[in-house]
Every structure is written in C-alpha cells, then in structure tokens.
Design a protein around this ligand. Structure first.
Ligand code: AMP
Ligand code: ZN
Length: 464
C-alpha cells in the first residue's frame, strides 16, 4: 500500500516494523463538547484506513486516547483548560462533562459505522505514566522546571521541525487564538509537560507530582498512552492536519527523547472540513453535528459517503446542496443493491478482477472515491447477482456504508419486498392454497400494508 507520509512529505510504500502487525494510534476527541462533522471527517477517514489495512491482511491494533484533561484553548500552552471551560458553560463537573461527551462521541461513531478502536484510554487514567515519562525526560536533560511548570527543551534536538516546511496556514492553526508569550520558556517552541501554574486556580482536576500539585500537558498524553499500549515502535499515527503542528511535532520530540530512538514511521493527516466560514471549529460557536444532520432528515451514512467521495488529503467544503446530491446518489445505490437477487454461489474467479481494482484504488493513498467507483463497476457488470452482492459486501467491510444492511432498506427496497409478497399471495390464491394466501395476508398486515383492489390489479398503501 502506498500512503502519503507527512514525515518526508511524499507518498511511500507502507511497511510495518514487524511482519504484518500494524500498531496504529489515533488522537482522540477533546470531550468538552459534541464532535462536529469536521472532527468526524477525520475519524471516518481513519476508520477507512484501519479497515482497509485489515482488508489487506494486516493484523492491526489501534489505540485512541480521550482528552479529558490538559488541552488548553491555545495549543501554545495558554488559556483555560477546554474541559474546565465546558464544565463552566454547563454548570457541571469536569468528569460529568467528560462522561457525557465521550458517550456522545461514541454514539456519533456508531451512527457513522466508525469502529471503536481496540483500546480507548482516557488521559485521566494514566497520570502515573505521564509523571514517569516527564521524570525520565528531566533525568535525560530534555526538560526543565521554570515558574512551577515543567517544560520540554526543544533546543536539545537537532531537528525539531520534523515535518519540514509545514504549511503557513497550519502553523497559524497550531498557535490559534491570542497567544501571550510564556516568559518561563527558554525557547519559543518549548512546551509544557506538567503544569502547576497556568490558570491553576480554576483547574478542577489536579494530581500530586514530584513538581507540585498540577496536571499534565496535552502532548504528553498521546506519547505516553501510545507507548503504554503499543510499545516503543509505532507504525502509524493519525490525526487531523491541525494536529501536525505543534501537537504531533511535540509528541515526536518527547517520545524520541524518552525512548532514545525513532518512534513512529508514518504520519497520516486528514485535511479539514470547511464551511462557508472556513475551517469548522468548536471554538467558533455554532457548528454542525451528526444529530443536526439527522434532524434535517439525513441518514448519517450519507455524510460518511460524502466524505468518501473526496480524497482525505484535499480540503473538503461542506454545503447542504452537495450533501443533497450525495443523499440522492446514496439512496439510488442502496436501492440498486437491494434489488439484487442473489441465488447460488458467487463466481470467485470472475469476482477477482473487481476486487483487484478496489484494492488498487485503496492501495493508492486510500483513494476512496475510486473505491466507490469500484462498487458502481460491479453493479454495471454482467456478473451474477450473487457475485455482485458478494463483492459489495466485501467492499463494504471497508467503506462501511451499510450498503447491504437490512436496516438501511430504503422505501424502494421495502416496496419491492411487498410487491413480491403480493405476487406470492396471488399465486397461492390462483392455486387455491388458502392457507399460504392467509399467512401472507397476515404478514402484510403486520407490515401495516393495506391492499387495494383496482382494475389494474392489486395496489397497496402503507398505513400507520
Ligand atoms: P479535538 O476534539 O479538537 O481534539 O479534535 C479531534 C480531531 O478532529 C483531531 O484529529 C483534529 O485534528 C480533527 N479536526 C479538528 N477540526 C477539524 C476539521 N475542521 N476538519 C477535520 N478534522 C478536524
Ligand atoms: Zn494526540
């Protein structure tokens, strides 16, 4: 598989450290508010990556943190802790907020067919691990104490900007919001590993540490949780592109200083979802959520398809007009698939070239829109219905659009099921098989189907 690697800034062949085992880490949500559909674009594309790696035969272990402490409103270590902000906004405790929005996040994921990672670890579970990592960094001379906080000293590294010429806009995002410099820092790029001072009075959750009562910085949690569960060598680390700097850059700095060797080989970044106002962001106030899409009549899987129609490395602009086009395409696609009449065994040898073109699409830097084209190619082909269904079920292990699920039955497919039952009942009546005819009549009644005799034959309507 070829993947674009932010480390090196080019497409590279994906080769894990050890045989077919893949260690994958994903930055999880900061649970102070609902996830917006921009965040979920990132999680959808990461889900496709994980599922495709499995499809391609890799044995994947995926870990994700839940940021429930330490993420300040500015990534440059100033401002409030976002969790404290959320708690104030809703007059609840930080842990109540964390629980509520963690559950809400996984509920959104469920609706979008995003698989839960093998390990999900809230940062507040791992304070001892963070303290251990910070202690080692101090011992090794990579960290210093100043003004009560512990900082990572970026001047100790030969190459701090590992991702090279990061796009200027992303750098802007990295140090978003008004940043007043922290005079304790020896270098502008130094970052906090452990806070005891910084809006400390407001901090709800604090822990004892060798450097005083306080709380961890945001970056340390991802390094530490990844190393705790996946060991010293990480194959692939994912996140939205705004995380590349400073978050991932800092993760690399502290992990490699701690371990004494290279840590992670591949960095997978999903470009942003924008709306008319630019990058979708929780801090901008109003934002789009999965529940809002549902309230407006959209199946969340339509949004998943909307994301898959474009490449993860291109910014994507959301509008209801474009979502409407996807909704129509999705409905048509599901109807076409539900009208297949699979009988008999699939013809595996004839299926093979179609599977190959699906793999070629995803092997080429996760080209999901070509992956979708592969589904249409199957439908257009002269393969038997059972072969078509077999292939689409396989592709949907990765696409996860519910293409073959009964629960996504559209009105069209329900109609054809009813028509088939009516035809069977007519046939039974013609054969004077009253028992079967009555059984089908009862079945139709249980589906709220009312039969109407017309000169053109039997019609039906569904009553509530
Ligand atoms: P957060 O909950 O803010 O920590 O972000 C969760 C994930 O969403 C991170 O991987 C972010 O990089 C990503 N993200 C944030 N904003 C956007 C956006 N507008 N489009 C795509 N991904 C985003
Ligand atoms: Zn992270």
């Amino acid at each position: 598989m070829i993947l674009y690697n932010t480390l090196g800034q080019k497409k590279m062949e994906f080769v894990p450290h050890e045989g077919n085992k893949v260690n994958m880490y994903t930055c999880g949500p900061t649970v102070y508010h609902y996830a917006h559909i921009g965040n979920l674009r990132t999680y959808i594309m990461e889900d496709v990556l994980e599922k495709y790696l499995r499809y391609a035969g890799y044995d994947v272990t995926r870990v994700m943190n839940i940021t429930d402490v330490g993420h300040l409103t500015s990534d440059a270590d100033t401002g409030d802790d976002k969790m404290v902000q959320g708690a104030k906004r809703e007059h609840k405790t930080v842990m109540e907020i964390a629980k509520f929005y963690t559950d809400a996040f996984f509920e959104d994921c469920r609706k979008l067919n995003i698989k839960t990672p093998d390990v999900v670890e809230p940062a507040t579970n791992c304070i001892d691990d963070f303290i251990n990592m910070v202690s080692v960094l101090i011992e090794k001379g990579y960290a210093y104490l100043a003004g009560g906080n512990v900082y990572f000293d970026t001047s100790k590294l030969d190459d701090y900007y590992v991702f090279g010429n990061i796009n200027a806009d992303d750098l802007e995002v990295g140090v978003r919001e008004d940043v007043t410099g922290d005079e304790n820092k020896r270098n502008k790029t130094d970052f906090v590993l452990w806070f005891t001072k910084s809006k400390f009075e407001d901090q709800a959750l604090k822990w004892d540490s060798p450097w005083g009562t306080g709380y961890p910085g945001w970056h340390i949690e991802c390094s530490s949780i990844s190393i705790k569960h996946l060991g010293e060598y990480l194959d692939i680390h994912c996140g939205g592109v705004d995380n590349a700097f400073p978050h991932h850059t800092n993760e690399i700095a502290q992990s490699e200083a701690f371990l004494g060797h290279k840590w992670c080989n591949y960095w997978f970044h999903v470009l942003h979802l924008n709306d008319a106002r630019g990058k979708m962001s929780k801090s901008k106030g109003e934002f789009l959520t999965v529940s809002l899409l549902e309230k407006n009549g959209y199946d969340p899987l339509v949004y998943r398809m909307f994301c898959l129609q474009s490449h993860y490395r291109k910014p994507l602009t959301f509008s209801y007009d474009s979502l409407d086009n996807t909704a129509k395409a999705y409905d048509k696609l599901v109807k076409r698939i539900s009208s297949l009449k699979p009988e008999g065994e699939p013809e595996l040898d004839r299926a093979e070239p179609y599977d190959k073109s699906f793999r070629e699409a995803l092997d080429n830097d996760l080209n999901t829109s070509l992956g979708l084209t592969a589904v249409y190619d199957v439908l257009k082909s002269d393969l038997s219905d059972s072969t078509k269904r077999y292939l689409i079920e396989r592709f949907d292990e990765v696409l996860s659009l519910g293409l073959c699920d009964a629960k996504t039955e559209t009105k069209g497919s329900i109609d054809s099921e009813i028509e088939a039952l009516i035809a069977k009942r007519q046939e039974a009546r013609a054969n004077k098989d009253w028992a079967t005819a009555d059984k089908i009549r009862d079945e139709l009644a249980s589906m709220h189907v009312k039969l109407i005799d017309t000169p053109d034959g039997i019609k039906f309507e569904i009553t509530e």
